[in-house]
Design a protein around this ligand. Sequence first.
Ligand code: 13P
Length: 252
Amino acid sequence: MMSRRPLIAGNWKMNCLKSDGTALAAGIAEKYAAAVNPKCDVLVCPPAIWILPVVDAVKGRIAVGAEDAHAAESGAHTGDISVPMIKDAGASFVIVGHSERRTDHHETDAEVKAKAEAVISHGLTAIICIGETEAERDAGKTIEVCRTQIQGSVPDKATAENVVIAYEPVWAIGTGRTPTTQDVADVHAAVRAEIAAKLGKETADGMRILYGGSVKPSNAAELMALADVDGALVGGASLKVADFWAIIETCL
Ligand code: 13P
């Protein structure tokens, strides 16, 4: 099996003013720079308005990403931000299809796919989020929902280099609740099998699949130890240097 380098990614969502965000990013970047032979990649995804100062603050030591992007290159889309702008600001990843975007902005799989295509066409890496709601889980549809989202949201041109999948059960986001490790292991294995069906085994074996949803220092080690879990997409616990670093340390 191809070895996959874990990625610990922080999704700040709509949090942090400039001084908090730059201090947080610089704090993580300094610790990472001091680590000897780190065995994982680290990414912070601030609100778009802070990408530029955060890129300055991390001094190239860790990666910076955006939380969303428009699928178009430019044009009449008031309030939106394009992938070329994100790239120009120095970011290298873009989260697409987060459940909060799918819910708050009614983003469909087709829109998420178009965004992911824009991200990879500009040489950046797309983090494509999938995951079931609590009602879908209760109805026993978790794997079916994830498979449909993969088929609908992942571009045909996706490779292990330009796409990362983030499995985030919607009911586990910001709630302190997480699936059992067996459930996470089962879903990640099913996600990898579906990627293999769509893009081939080699691509699937190399592609990173992150777990997201109430990852914290106390549960990170157990989740990160699972065979098909290649890192984490962290919300709340990525907003404090000590907590985010403790999660990073489980893969360091
Ligand atoms: P929490 O870690 O706050 O549950 O958020 C997870 C998430 O949505 C990351 O994208």
